[in-house]
Every structure is written in structure tokens, then in C-alpha cells.
Write a protein that binds this ligand. Structure first.
Ligand code: FES
Ligand SMILES: [Fe+2]
Length: 378
């Protein structure tokens, strides 16, 4: 999966921003984290968006959200507003959600289904495949060619229950660019059949924390015993006697983890298995009896990000039971959000120091940070 940079040629690179990639890589090999300014510097944030979030395959939304003709789903990929649509022939399209007239956002975030994509600024109207259908008062202009003013396209790929997008329309197709996705899914035995799951609930959490803090937190469960004692830890064994957690596998941009369920106790929520995939840079797919959770984090500024989790209920699971899982996970996520927001505040102090990770227990955080620094190399 070769990310491309969509930054203009004159945009500052790592060296211009004073980023010493070799020193950071060396630090990470000794479990030392990024220099503190990487958690709030606007220039570094812009570089990360361009190098990490643009031009890279990323999970976008459940297929269930664009299942019917006319369904639309909006979101950001790095600096690019995108919309995924399903046309009346059942074809899925990835489009840049920016009007070709004067750059207004075409499809609003609240829109879920429409027959045409309508820009409300001056009423240019596009078909669901992005082609321009109508440009009021311009159609008699002999210099204007409607066929050249459709919405720009991005790459879109479907894997099982999930839609993936890549802001680079010429990107290698998802399945060949990320073969490890299928490999890991097969190895974990993920149920990929979208027909088995129903969209049950959506959780949105806006967090005042740099996206790397969210990522660090989401890929390790070193903190689960202490932070999630009343939530995740109630249902899953996060500590074993030897201090060894779930085995973690990783390859390319994918990591996986597996947890043992807690033993049955009273009417506590229980499942028979837990498997999850972490998809760098900001997504995860969790599956166990009753629930599949597909979540995506989007950076929204140097010191903020938004996590959106889509809870899919297994078709045989009662709604009440699915809602109990949602409650457990939402509590877990709220605890995580509190942690990363406090870290962010502390990182603004002139006394803030780079992190010193635990290489045994935070191997995945270190791995993720290595992927980040690789992407920043000029
Ligand atoms: S910006 Fe879309 S119609 Fe003018
Ligand atoms: Fe957590």
C-alpha cells in the first residue's frame, strides 16, 4: 500500500519542519516516543494528514450505510471531503464532495438518501455517479462542457461488511493493495457476511486530543485493567497471570488481537469469543457474539479528533442485548477519551517529556508510531 502525497510540491516536508526522522526512529527503537511538539504543531499535523491519511486505503463506513440506491455517506479523508454513493444500478461510487462550481460542500453530513446530489449554493446538480446533470444558466455557454465538470472521483473498495476509500483515484485496488486484510480476517475467522449484521447504533465522540494519542490508546490494552475495570474488563480478561495479554499479530497496516471472555457470572454480559482488527491509521473492527463494531477516527485539528463507532447487531441478537453491549463499549470509549484529553493538556506544558513506552506491553503503540515516522520520511 503505497501512500502518495497530495501536498503541493512547495509544501514543507519533514526536513523543512525540522523533523529528524532518523532520531525519532532511533528513539522508537529504544521505546522513546515522538518529540512533544508532534502532538500540537500545525505544520506537522498538515504533513501527517497529507502523508498518512491522503492516498491510503482506509475504512470508511459499514456497507449497510450505503446499501440502497440513493444512499450517501459523507466524511473526511485527510483534507479531502468525500461522499460515497450507491446509484440506482447498485454501483458504489467514491466522490470528492466539493462542487465544481465554486467549491461548496455538495452533500451535507445529515443527508442519508437522495436521488441527485444537489449543491445548495447555486443549485448545480450531480447524478449519483458524480456526473454533472445541471448547471443553471450556464448550459447555453458554448465554452462550458458539462462532461468535464463532474465531481472528482476517489477510489472505493468493498471488503465484506465494510466500505474502504482512498483519496487517490488511481490507487491500486483495495484487495491487492492490502492482502493482509483478508489474510487476518481468515486467520481470525471473522464473519464477513454483511447479511448477518444490522446497523444498530452509532457513537460519535469528539475528543480534544491529537489523533496519535487516540491511536496509541486504541491499539494497546495495557491500560484496560486499570482504566476499564468497570467496563471492558467486566466482559473480557485483559490481564493473565503472567501479565501476558492477548497475542498480537501485525503485518503492514493491520494488527489483530484476541481476548478471552470472562467466565460466566450472574447476569453479566458474556460472549464466547472476541476478535479484532486494527487498521492503521485510525480504524478498528471488533467482533464477538451479538456485535460487530466498526469504528473510525478522523483527525480534526492538531489537538482534536473525532471517533465514530458503528455498532452492528447480529441478526439473531435481541435489540436489548445489543444495547447492553453498546453501553459497555460507550463507557469504555468515554474512559479512553478522558485519558487522551488529559494527556493532551499535559503535553502543552513546557515541562512535557517524550513518552517512554513499555516495549513488552505497548509493542503495538510503538509499531504504530514506527508506521507514522516512516510515512513522514521525505
Ligand atoms: S458552489 Fe455549488 S452551485 Fe455554486
Ligand atoms: Fe481503552
Amino acid at each position: 500500500m503505497a501512500p502518495h502525497s497530495s501536498m503541493p510540491a512547495s509544501a514543507p516536508g519533514s526536513a523543512d519542519l525540522g523533523i529528524d526522522v532518523a532520531a525519532i526512529s532511533d528513539g522508537l527503537s529504544h521505546s522513546i516516543g515522538f518529540p512533544v511538539r508532534h502532538y500540537h504543531d500545525p505544520g506537522i499535523y498538515a504533513l501527517e494528514l497529507a502523508r498518512i491519511f491522503e492516498g491510503r486505503w482506509q475504512y470508511f463506513c459499514p456497507v449497510a450505510m450505503v446499501a440502497k440506491p440513493g444512499d450517501v455517506m459523507t466524511g473526511m479523508i485527510g483534507n479531502t471531503p468525500v461522499v460515497v454513493t450507491r446509484d440506482k444500478d447498485g454501483q458504489v461510487h467514491g466522490l470528492v464532495n466539493v462542487c465544481r462550481h465554486r467549491g461548496f460542500r455538495v452533500v451535507g453530513d445529515a443527508e442519508r438518501n437522495c436521488t441527485r446530489l444537489y449543491c445548495r449554493y447555486h443549485a448545480w446538480t450531480y447524478r449519483l455517479d458524480g456526473s454533472l446533470a445541471r448547471a443553471p444558466d450556464l448550459e447555453s455557454d458554448t465554452e462550458f462542457d458539462k462532461s468535464e465538470h463532474g465531481l472528482r472521483r476517489i477510489a472505493v473498495g468493498i471488503w465484506g461488511p465494510a466500505v474502504f476509500v482512498n483519496s487517490d483515484d488511481s490507487a491500486e485496488p483495495l484487495h491487492t493493495a492490502m492482502p493482509e486484510l483478508q489474510e487476518f480476517s481468515d486467520r481470525l475467522g471473522v464473519d464477513e457476511d454483511p447479511e448477518n449484521y444490522i446497523l444498530h447504533d452509532t457513537h460519535i465522540s469528539e475528543q480534544k486530543a491529537n489523533w496519535k494519542l487516540w491511536t496509541d490508546n486504541s491499539v494497546e490494552c495495557y491500560h484496560c485493567g486499570s482504566i476499564h475495570g468497570e467496563s471492558f474488563n467486566q466482559a473480557f480478561v485483559v490481564e493473565t497471570e503472567g501479565g501476558v495479554q492477548s497475542p498480537v499479530l501485525h503485518k503492514g497496516a493491520i494488527m489483530s488481537s484476541v481476548f478471552e471472555p470472562q467466565k460466566p457470572k450472574g447476569d453479566g454480559l458474556r460472549t464466547s469469543f472476541y476478535r479484532s482488527l486494527h487498521l492503521f491509521p485510525g480504524a478498528h473492527i471488533v467482533q464477538h457474539d451479538d456485535i460487530m463494531l466498526m469504528g473510525r477516527m478522523v483527525p480534526t485539528g492538531p489537538e482534536s479528533c473525532t471517533y465514530t463507532g458503528h455498532y452492528m447487531r447480529h441478526k439473531d441478537t435481541p435489540e436489548d442485548r445489543a444495547s447492553e453491549w453498546v453501553e459497555l463499549y460507550n463507557k469504555t470509549f468515554a474512559e479512553d477519551a478522558e485519558v487522551v484529553e488529559l494527556q493532551q493538556i499535559n503535553l502543552r506544558s513546557p515541562n512535557a517529556m517524550p513518552f517512554r513506552y513499555n516495549p513488552g506491553r505497548e509493542e503495538t503503540s510503538i509499531l504504530t508510531n514506527k508506521l507514522i515516522v516512516q510515512a513522514l520520511a521525505d
